[in-house]
Design a protein around this ligand. Structure first.
Ligand code: CMX
Length: 434
C-alpha cells in the first residue's frame, strides 16, 4: 500500500467515529430551515451538504483544508526553479488535510506516472465524434468511455464491504486523474492543431506534462499548475461538485460521476463563463477596432449587455459577496507577468466599472468578479486563444476536488442523495393561500 493510502486510511479511521457520533447522538439537531424562496430558488443557502475538503466563506472566499489561496500556494512543495507548487502535492493536501513533505509529494508524482497511460480506444472515441463537437462534450465522452476500467464497479459486483468502498474508489480516482492532462491535450491538438499530437513526457509532473503536450512553452507549466489548483474545489453546492457527489451517491463509479459533472460545468452560468468572458471581450474589441476603451466607453458596453437582457459573464456569484480570491490571485499573476497585455487592460477597466453598474442595475446580489472574469486572459496571453477550450482546463482542476470528495463520501458512508419535492399547491397551502 502506498504511504498516501496508508495515511488516508489512518485519517478515515480517525474521522469515522465523529460522523457516527453526530448521527447517533445529535441527528435531530437543526442546521437549516427552508423557505419558499429557497425551495423554488435553487436551494440557495440551504445547509444540507457536508464536506471537509474546502469551505467557502461569502466574504473571505475559498479555503482548501482550512488554508486560503496564498497560504496554500506558500505551503506546498514547489517545482524546482518555478513559482508554483506541484498539483500532486496539492492533491495530497486535499485528500489528507496535511501539508505534504517533498517526499510525500514525490510519491504522488510517482503514482501518477504509473497510471497516466491512456488506452488507445479513448482516442478512437474522441476522433469518432463530429469535429465541431464542443471540447467539453469530447472530454466528457472520453471519460465515460473509460468506465469499463472501473475497479470499484468490478469489486462491487464481486461483493465488497461498505467499509472498503473508498479503497477501490481511490484507485479509480488516481487512475482517472493521472490521465486527464493527456486526454485534454489530445482534444486540443486534434481540434486546433491539425491533429499534430505531442506524446506525454514520462519525466514531467502533472502541470509540466500538460503544458508540454499542449505545445506551449514555459511558464505555461506554472500557469497550468496555478489554474488547476485554483479551480479544484469550491465546497459542495456548486453545480459541478454537487453533480459529481450526487451521481457518485448512487454508487456509480467515478467515470460516470466525472463525466456527468463536466456536463454541469459546461453551462454558461458555471464553468463556461470563462469562455463567455473572452467572447464578450472579443466582441467589444471588434466594435472598438482594436482600440482600448476608456471607462465611459466600457460602461456603455456593460449597460448595452444588461439592457439586452444578458448577464455580464464573470460577475456575480451564488455564495460569494466580495471579489473572488481566485480572481485576485490571477489578477496578481497578470500584474506581475502581463501588465501591458491589451486583453488584461480590458479586464482591468471592466473591474473598475462593472461593480458600480451592477449595483445600480440592482439585480445581482454580488456585483464583484468571480474566477472566470480573469482566467481567460492568462490563457490567451500564453497562446491558448481557442477560448472554447477554457472550460476543459477548469474541468481538469475541478476533478481534483470532486474526486477527493467522492473518496471521502465513500469512506464516511454517505448515503444516496434524495431530497424531497413539494408541489406548488403544497407551497400555497404552507403559505396560507386559499
Ligand atoms: N449580470 C447580470 N445580471 C446578473 C449577474 C450578472 N453577472 N449576476 C446575477 N445577475 C442577476 C441574475 O440573473 C438574477 O436575475 P433575475 O432576478 O432576473 O433572475 C438576479 O441578478 C439575482 O441573481 P443572484 O441571486 O445575484 O445570482 P444567482 O445566485 O442566481 O446566480 C450566477 C449566480 C453566478 C449564476 C450569476 O451571478 C451569473 O449569471 N453570473 C454570470 C455568469 C458567471 O459569471 N458564472 C460563473 C460563476 C462562477 C462559476 O461557477 O464558474
Amino acid at each position: 500500500m502506498s504511504k498516501l493510502k496508508e495515511t488516508l486510511l489512518e485519517k478515515i479511521e480517525g474521522w469515522r467515529p465523529r460522523t457516527t457520533r453526530l448521527l447517533k447522538e445529535y441527528g435531530d439537531v437543526k442546521v437549516s430551515d427552508v423557505t419558499i424562496t429557497q425551495a423554488i430558488g435553487g436551494a440557495r443557502g440551504v445547509k444540507c451538504l457536508v464536506t471537509d475538503i474546502s469551505y467557502l466563506d461569502p466574504f473571505e472566499g475559498i479555503r482548501f483544508r482550512g488554508h486560503t489561496i496564498p497560504e496554500t500556494l506558500a505551503a506546498l512543495p514547489k517545482v524546482p526553479g518555478h513559482e508554483m507548487p506541484y498539483v500532486e502535492g496539492f492533491l495530497y493536501l486535499l485528500l489528507t488535510g496535511d501539508k505534504p513533505t517533498e517526499e510525500q509529494t514525490a510519491e504522488v508524482i510517482a503514482e501518477f506516472k504509473k497510471r497516466k497511460k491512456v488506452p488507445d480506444y479513448v482516442f478512437d472515441v474522441i476522433r469518432a465524434l463530429p469535429a465541431d463537437s464542443h471540447p467539453m462534450a469530447m472530454f466528457s465522452n472520453a471519460i465515460l468511455a473509460m468506465e469499463k476500467e472501473s475497479i470499484f464497479a468490478k469489486k462491487y459486483k464481486e461483493g465488497i464491504s461498505k467499509m472498503d468502498y473508498w479503497d477501490s474508489t481511490y484507485e479509480d480516482a488516481l487512475n482517472l486523474l493521472a490521465k486527464l492532462p493527456t486526454i485534454a491535450a489530445y482534444i486540443y491538438r486534434l481540434k486546433y492543431k491539425n491533429g499534430d499530437i505531442i506524446p506525454s513526457d514520462p519525466n514531467l509532473d502533472f502541470g509540466g506534462d500538460f503544458a508540454h503536450m499542449m505545445g506551449i512553452d514555459k511558464p505555461y507549466d506554472d500557469v497550468s499548475r496555478l489554474y488547476f489548483i485554483l479551480h479544484s474545489d469550491h465546497e459542495s453546492g456548486n453545480v459541478s461538485a454537487h453533480t459529481g457527489h450526487l451521481v457518485a451517491s448512487a454508487l456509480s463509479d467515478v467515470y460516470y460521476a466525472i463525466s456527468a459533472m463536466l456536463g454541469g460545468l459546461a453551462g454558461p452560468l458555471h464553468g463556461l463563463a470563462n469562455e463567455m468572458v473572452l467572447r464578450w471581450i472579443q466582441g467589444v474589441m471588434d466594435k472598438m477596432g482594436g482600440k482600448t476603451p476608456d471607462e465611459e466607453e466600457m460602461k456603455k458596453f456593460v449597460w448595452d449587455t444588461l439592457n439586452s437582457g444578458q448577464v455580464i459573464p464573470g460577475y456575480g456569484h451564488a455564495v460569494l459577496r466580495k471579489t473572488d480570491p481566485r480572481y485576485a490571485a490571477q489578477r496578481e499573476f497578470c500584474l506581475k507577468h502581463l501588465p501591458d497585455d491589451p486583453i488584461f487592460k480590458y479586464v482591468d477597466i471592466l473591474y473598475k466599472v462593472t461593480p458600480d453598474i451592477l449595483k445600480e442595475h440592482g439585480k445581482a446580489k454580488n456585483p464583484w468578479p468571480n474566477v472566470d472574469a480573469q482566467s481567460g486572459v492568462i490563457q490567451w496571453f500564453y497562446g491558448l486563444t481557442e477560448y472554447d477550450f477554457y472550460t476543459v482546463l477548469f474541468g481538469i482542476g475541478r476533478s481534483l476536488g470532486i474526486l477527493s470528495n467522492i473518496i471521502w463520501d465513500r469512506a464516511l458512508g454517505y448515503p444516496i442523495e434524495r431530497p424531497k419535492s413539494l408541489t406548488t399547491a403544497m407551497l400555497e397551502e404552507a403559505a396560507g393561500i386559499k
